[in-house]
Design a protein around this ligand. Structure first.
Ligand SMILES: [Zn+2]
Length: 174
């Protein structure tokens, strides 16, 4: 069982206010914005959160820098992004035998303005008072997962996601 370690929120907030967009940096393969990638296509990129509070915690993002969920995506673009959120949710459910899948769009105009969806699997057996926001907040500490294990997690999710995408293609061509 992976335990949580304290997270330096003040330092993190100071850092994200001054750095360039971390999602655009990841898309551009800037090593200072490296994240373990799960999936990418011409429109979407999915990678593991660098500060996970749950195992398998992913971010789903448009590759292009879009900010306003209600204005910067047309309906078709939004629905394609949501389709990836749906398929990833199914993959996380399978890969982690999750009790629930949490989905949030967060971000801030002061930092992390690039639109992204948090998609995170809640394990079975977490006490009620430790579920929901409590399970997601970095203020309650983050999981200490080494790089090798992060790469393994990304691979595990990638395999499950590929299976979901294959199933979907098969059912849509029936
Ligand atoms: Zn960006």
């Amino acid at each position: 069982m992976t335990t949580r370690v304290p997270f330096d929120l003040d330092r993190y907030l100071e850092g994200i206010k001054t750095r360039p967009c971390f999602i655009c940096g990841c898309v551009a393969n800037d090593p200072s914005f490296f994240h373990h990638r799960v999936y990418e296509d011409s429109e979407t990129i999915i990678f593991l959160s660098k500060y996970p509070t749950l195992q398998g915690y992913c971010l789903v993002c448009p590759r292009e820098h879009r900010e306003d969920l209600s204005k910067d995506l047309n309906k078709a673009e939004y629905l394609r992004l949501q389709e990836m959120v749906y398929l990833l949710s199914r993959a996380l459910k399978t890969a982690f035998n999750a009790e629930r899948i949490y989905v949030l769009s967060l971000g801030s105009q002061q930092a992390n303005s690039h639109l992204h969806f948090h998609v995170a699997p809640l394990p079975r057996g977490v006490p009620l008072e430790k579920q929901q926001y409590n399970a997601l907040m970095v203020e309650n500490g983050i999981l200490q997962i080494d790089e090798l294990e992060m790469a393994r997690l990304a691979e595990r999710i990638r395999i499950a996601l590929t299976a979901e995408m294959t199933d979907q293609q098969a059912s849509s061509s029936d």
